[in-house]
Write a protein that binds this ligand. Sequence first.
Ligand code: NOJ
Length: 685
Amino acid sequence: MARLRFLAPLLFALALIAGATPATLHAAEATSLDVASPDGKIVATFTLDDAGRPSYQVAYGERQVVRPSRLGFRLKDARPLEAGLRVAHTSRRSVDETWEQPWGEARRVRNHFNELKVELSETGDQARRFNVVWRVFDDGLGFRFEWPEQQRLGAFEILDELTEFALAPDDQAWSIPAFYVHRYEYLHRKGPLSALGAVHTPLTVEAKNGLYVSVHEAALVDYAAMTLQTHGDGVLRADLVPWSDGVKVKARTPFVSPWRTLQIAATPGELITSRLILNLNESSRIADTSWIKPGKYVGIWWGMHLGIWTWGSGPTHGATTERTRSYIDFAAKHGLSGVLVEGWNVGWDGNWIENADQFSFTQPYPDYDLEGLARYAASKGVTLVGHHETSYGIANYERQLEDAFALLERLGIKAVKTGYVDNLAPRFELHHGQYMVRHFQKVVETAARHRVMVDVHEPIKDTGERRTWPNMMTREGARGMEYNAWSADGGNPPEHEAVLAFTRLLSGPFDYTPGIFDLTLKSAKRPAPRPGEVHARVKSTLAKSLANYVVIYSPLHMAADLIENYEGQPAFKFIEQVPTDWDETRVLNGVIGDFVTIARKDRKSDDWYVGSVGDEYARTFDVALSFLDPGRAYVAEIYADAFSADWETRPSDITISQRPVDGATVLTLRLAPGGGQAIRIRPAR
Ligand code: NOJ
């Protein structure tokens, strides 16, 4: 509701006396507009002060979530858009609809919000216009900027987006640093907002007022990624990743920014079940999605990280025809749908990280019969998963993009994993800037034309694009399993997954490449660690390795170990059976960084799966199975840490058991240090 302050009539009278134009009159009108969530709990207030400066604040019931925070833009060779504005027009609407995901962590998604569109105009005769659109949901809000087509603003360059999120300085946040070389591949640190520095989103905040807040963005399609900066005051300031010339965003009207999002919850688990980011993306641009199929895959990959095989040609080349055939046979035998083969293509010899332009995306190595293997895989109901390591040679990749995807399509290869490793200083444009955002968009759209699903390693963060482009499946955009093969710090700590579930995973699916059974890496061939370093390993129990398939959502999940490490392992049955496409998701408990338990219902059956992962401490808790159909009899197949299990000393000790359960059952779960539990619950016959 517009609350034109009492000052307005007085100013109007004064303006008439002074002979001012209506435009200058408006500049002096302080304006405040509220928009509330459908349940009334969350209220966003947009304000223009009497100098025409825009700002906003957010409340959740009686609690303040965002203190008054600035909005606006600094532009190149033009006046900033941050003051001297007036409200030219406002409009409101409400939407309550439910849409279906072609695949996902939940089939049905309710999109229920109140919208306020504030059309702003500068005062004076050179007036430029832009809008701020607010959508407030029961689980948070999003706002975005729109620059309509207009005479006084055509092409323009944003030097700075001035958006702030003023939380409280002593709120605690789980963050990874921005502007570091390894993109999103850092361990989250917990600390007060006042001590944050530059960080990526999603940023998860445990607020002093008891609420949990995730600051992120949605629909990043032609803009620079937003990082956040604090300077000791707890105010998070948008800091867009620049182009090499220092400009942040190159735009031409009509133009829109991504949504700036705040998910707000009373419990950390509600952040996981919030679908706000997806709701703020456009609906699908792919009409027929029948070719897009979640699944599980094995791959010729871990052997390279263990030092057994090489990507490049030579006596230990991993991607040979014979080995690929055996991986295809294994996938077919165990009902897995794909086989990833890294190092299949010419370009890996020598220093491929430095010489990105040597990669071909169409020419296989001579010992890799690409066409024959694609046919063989198809004959077994399996698809090869193509691999495009660009090594950040973007121009080289873009030159070959069309041919590379046409080849995948011709050979019936239904998925590709792309990679952008570059351990050096970025060669030209920064990883998260608008140039790379555009590149990723180009790849996804090219892939869609050729009916190929995409899994990106070293991606741009997920902002929900999978709603619009459902072939954008998953991303390995965090410290994944590979760090447990070679990271000099010894690998991911036992709490890693219990942190990721409430941080990185809020943005979307994560291809963690789980399922290593050889937890101490007996299969690895590696030199002794250097002084001050330790050999990496998987700091997990076997039961937790299974639980990750449920806790970490990804429509494409890998069984990442060497296939021989699965032979004769009863626990592998869980990986065979666990789905990667869900009807619904419930979070049963969780403390960020300590533990989390998630239940998901299979889309294709009445089976439920429960995954629980902990940190370095043993812990026991009860879990009620009240999500099961009332009165129906089920059998729980339980993969639990044995009493002797401990990630450090006896990681493989697992107890596999069955018991009847129903909706009234309360299960007691005991997690070992570094442990977890995985449960399949199927209707009793
Ligand atoms: C670096 C990635 O981190 C790794 O997973 C991949 O196997 C290699 N690039 C080769 O693409």
